[in-house]
Structure formats: structure tokens, C-alpha cells
Design a protein around this ligand. Structure first.
Ligand SMILES: Nc1ncnc2c1ncn2[C@@H]1O[C@H](COP(=O)(O)OP(=O)(O)OP(=O)(O)O)[C@@H](O)[C@H]1O
Ligand SMILES: [Mg+2]
Length: 360
């Protein structure tokens, strides 16, 4: 639903303290009295619990969130995580007490635009922070779209490279092998000298090269090639990672080829691939389960392991990102039009799950 009025920005305040809420309300009224070059006025919607705040976000039309982390139904980083999950594209400013600075920094590192101390806050600073946050978020969204586009372009390039290898180099090698075999047979016939035995080594080298080209081309574009459906491709992926010394990998994959429009499948496949690589590389798991199932009118794809698990809050707040895998997974989840969830706790294994609604 979009009830947006041009020039009016709706601010959602999620804060359980009525006194603090009243103060913010008064500041917004004060801000609206001041003349501003951009002519934008603010309207405040106040919700005292996270549940009520999330419900307001689902209604749409929120331009900025002011969030208190300590709420009756949620505390700390979890409050931020759930709010951001409810509205990933909406700028968010944290309202904190003096003592929460460390947590506030962690939340800013994890994607919030700013944090403000409630004590000593003035209408002037609130107005400035809100305007900057909206600008910064729109810039961040542009970068995000660009990075999603890069992922798409990369996939398109991989796919065309895969075809070149398969149809160009692969076919030429096959033609070379067939010609060689036929010439050798002819030569044998003409001369009566048995040469097939000596040359069989060359033919088997050629077979090996051909197989390598096929494997490279398949890995570059596991779904596009030969019209393999995602179910089949994921099943093959599981086989590829299974080996005697590694964890047991179970693939419970229903045949779902027809659920997927183009692009959804390759991105979902890559999420499974990355989650599987992570589980094998980091989790020291004994069992990894990949499941692909119909869910409602869409599908649910999950990779779970019984390994070491991870501290998601700590990873999100880390000053230096360890790797790119989890980040790219989220980007791909959005491109696939789905909702990606990562559930994990130290010592309790990990679950990466994406739910994709069917194409309408
Ligand atoms: N299934 C898992 N079990 C335990 N820890 C995990 C798991 N998946 C990820 N992690 C932890 O999260 C970190 C970040 O994962 P991510 O995939 O983003 O990066 P990476 O695997 O380290 O590097 P990259 O994916 O860029 O090669 C990992 O370094 C690891 O500590
Ligand atoms: Mg990784």
C-alpha cells in the first residue's frame, strides 16, 4: 500500500517509553515549523512494541525508522535485526541511552544509518540526522542495486563462456578425436600395420581433455546447460561434494523444474552452493542436509548442518568482514525474489533457508 503524500515523510518511532515518545513528537512538530529548502515535512507514527512496529512497516509508506532497542517484546541487537529484516530498504536511526554506545556502534556497522542519544537531543540535530539518514540510505540502495547487477552480469558471462566452451572447444575436440580415429583406421587398413594399440593413449588423453572441458563448462553454468532443472543440478552438486572423509551430505530434492522462472533458479542454486561450501569449509559438520520442497504456491530451499554454528550478531558487527559469501547470498536471495534467512548459534549448527514465491 502506498499512501505517500509528496513532500511528507512518515517517520515510524518504535519506542516503549511514552515520555520519550512525546518528546520526539514535540521535536517533529518543531521541525515542521522551521523553513527548509527541500520543503519536506515529517509525520510521526508511534508504536510502543516491536510487533506493532513491524505491523506498521508491513503497511508500507514509512520513510524512516527511529528505533529503541529495549522494547517489551524484544531486546538489543535482535530488535535491530528483526526491524531491518522487516524493511531492508528503509533508513533506520537508533535511539539510545548514554550507556549503549558499544551496541549502537555494532548496529551502525550492521547497516543502521546513525544513532542518537536521547538525552540532550534537540529538534535541530534530529532533523539533520533524519535528512542525512534518508540521503545515505538512498545512496546505499543505489550501490546495492549496482552490486546485484554485477552478480547478474557475472552469471550471464559465465553462462556465455560455458556455452562457448561446450559448443566451441568441446565440439572441436570431439571432431578432432573422431577424425583421428577414422584416419588411424584407414591407415591401418591401407598399410596392414596395427597402430591402434599405440595410439590409444592419445585417444584417451583426448577423452580426458573433453571431460575436463565438459566439467568446467558445467560448473560455469550448471543449470543453463543442457536444460538441467535446478533439482537435478542441486542433486549433482551434492554428489560432487560427497566423499568418504567428508560429512554425510543428504539431498532431499523434489522435482521442481517448473516452479522456476529464469534467473531465480541460478541464484537459488548459487545460494545452495555457497551454503554447502561454507558448511564443508567452516562447520566441521558430520551431516549436511539440502532440501528443496514445494511450500504453498512457491518453494523452500534449505541447507542445514550440525556443525559449529556461528555468532551472527558478532559477524554482522565485525569491523572487518571475514568473507563475502554470506553477503552475496543475501544479495542473490533478493535477486531471486525470495526471503533469505540464516539461523545459527554457536554450537547449534546452521540453517540457510530461502523461500521463493511462485511466479504470478
Ligand atoms: N555453516 C557455517 N558454520 C560455521 N561457520 C560458518 C558457516 N558459514 C559461515 N560461517 C562463518 O561465517 C564467516 C563468513 O562466511 P562467508 O561465507 O561470508 O565468508 P568466508 O566463507 O569466510 O569467505 P568466502 O565465502 O568469501 O570465501 C566464515 O568465515 C565462518 O567463520
Ligand atoms: Mg563462504
Amino acid at each position: 500500500m502506498n499512501n505517500s503524500v509528496p513532500g511528507l515523510h512518515t517517520i515510524l518511532l518504535i519506542e516503549d517509553n511514552p515520555g520519550d515518545a512525546r518528546l520526539i513528537e514535540e521535536m517533529i512538530a518543531e521541525i515542521n515549523q522551521l523553513p527548509h529548502a527541500d520543503g519536506v515535512a515529517f509525520r510521526l507514527v508511534w508504536k510502543p512494541t516491536l510487533q506493532a512496529g513491524l505491523a506498521a512497516l508491513r503497511q508500507g509508506d514509512i520513510h524512516l525508522i527511529l528505533l529503541d532497542l529495549s522494547l517489551p517484546d524484544s531486546q538489543g541487537f535482535e530488535t535491530f535485526r528483526r526491524t531491518q529484516e522487516g524493511a531492508p530498504g528503509t533508513p533506520l536511526i537508533l535511539l539510545t541511552g548514554q550507556s549503549d554506545e558499544k551496541m549502537a556502534m555494532a548496529v551502525v556497522r550492521a547497516g543502521a544509518q546513525d544513532f542518537l542519544h536521547k538525552n540532550g537531543l534537540t529538534a535541530f540535530y534530529l532533523a539533520r540526522a533524519m535528512r542525512y539518514a534518508i540521503e545515505r540510505k538512498s545512496f546505499a540502495e543505489e550501490i546495492k542495486q549496482l552490486s546485484q547487477r554485477i552478480l547478474q552480469v557475472r552469471e550471464e558471462e559465465r553462462s556465455s563462456l560455458s556455452q562457448e566452451l561446450h559448443d566451441g572447444l568441446g565440439q572441436s575436440l570431439l571432431a578432432l578425436k573422431l577424425q583421428l580415429q577414422s584416419r588411424l583406421a584407414k591407415l591401418e587398413k591401407q598399410t596392414g600395420v596395427q597402430i591402434a594399440g599405440e595410439t590409444s593413449q592419445i585417444i584417451s588423453y583426448l577423452d580426458e581433455i573433453l571431460q575436463e572441458v565438459r566439467t568446467i563448462s558445467h560448473n560455469l553454468s550448471p543449470i543453463g546447460l543442457k536444460g538441467l532443472g535446478i533439482a537435478q543440478a542441486i542433486w549433482q552438486l551434492a554428489q560432487r561434494f560427497s566423499h568418504a572423509q567428508g560429512p554425510e551430505i543428504i539431498a532431499e530434492v523434489d522435482a521442481l523444474e517448473n516452479f522456476f522462472p529464469e534467473n531465480w533458479d541460478i541464484n537459488t542454486y548459487r545460494i545452495v552452493e555457497q551454503a554447502l561450501v561454507n558448511a564443508v569449509k567452516h562447520a566441521r559438520a558430520s551431516r549436511i542436509v539440502i532440501a528443496v520442497r514445494p511450500a504453498g504456491s512457491g518453494i523452500l530451499v534449505s541447507v542445514s548442518d550440525d556443525g559449529t554454528g556461528m555468532d551472527l550478531a558478532q559477524l554482522a558487527a565485525a569491523k572487518e568482514r571475514k568473507g563475502l559469501g554470506l553477503h552475496i547470498m543475501k544479495e542473490r536471495g533478493q535477486i531471486a525474489g525470495g526471503v533469505l534467512q540464516i539461523v545459527s548459534e554457536p554450537g547449534k549448527g546452521s540453517l540457510v533457508q530461502i523461500e521463493i514465491p511462485a511466479r504470478v
